[in-house]
Design a binder for this molecule. Structure first.
Ligand code: HEC
Length: 121
């Protein structure tokens, strides 16, 4: 009986813990200046976004990822930047690994799940 109550408490706290982590990732996203280009909520609509070609990724829309949307692809784009012609995605090699993970958690939380593949994710 006690164990059931413990499990229930744990389950009710989990969603808020997940939210708190994403909140930290968003804070880092803002403090490293990602919002300047990618927008306050990661919609690719930062201050001068419309002038960039290719435009800053809208992290909510899987169709706008040009370099892969998995954790490793995100990590590599953020750490090394994108060195293709015309791209202005800078490199952020100085971000410590723990903070990088939190930023990636935040970006992952923005992704829309494709309707057809929902059962697999
Ligand atoms: C000066 C503007 C600018 C800043 C600041 C910036 N980005 Fe970008 N970012 C871009 C542009 C433009 C692209 C698209 C480049 C391309 O596709 O060649 C991009 C692409 C990316 C991608 C690759 C996504 C994909 O597959 O298309 C990731 C991940 C990313 N940015 C994360 C970040 C994060 C996290 C930060 C902050 C630490 C950040 N960016 C800061 C402009 C910026």
């Amino acid at each position: 009986m006690n164990r059931a109550i413990l499990i229930l408490c744990y389950l009710s706290v989990l969603p808020s813990m997940a939210l708190a982590d994403t909140g930290k990732g968003r804070q880092l996203y803002l403090s490293y200046g990602c919002a300047l280009c990618h927008g306050l909520d990661g919609r690719g609509d930062g201050l001068n976004a419309s002038k960039f070609d290719p435009p800053p990724t809208n992290f909510h829309d899987l169709r706008t990822y040009r370099h892969g949307s998995g954790r490793d692809s995100l990590r590599s784009a953020i750490s090394y930047g994108i060195k293709e012609e015309g791209s202005i995605m800078p490199s952020f090699e100085h971000i410590p690994p723990g903070e990088m993970d939190q930023i990636i958690d935040y970006l992952q939380s923005l992704k829309q799940k494709p309707l057809l593949n929902q059962s697999k994710t």
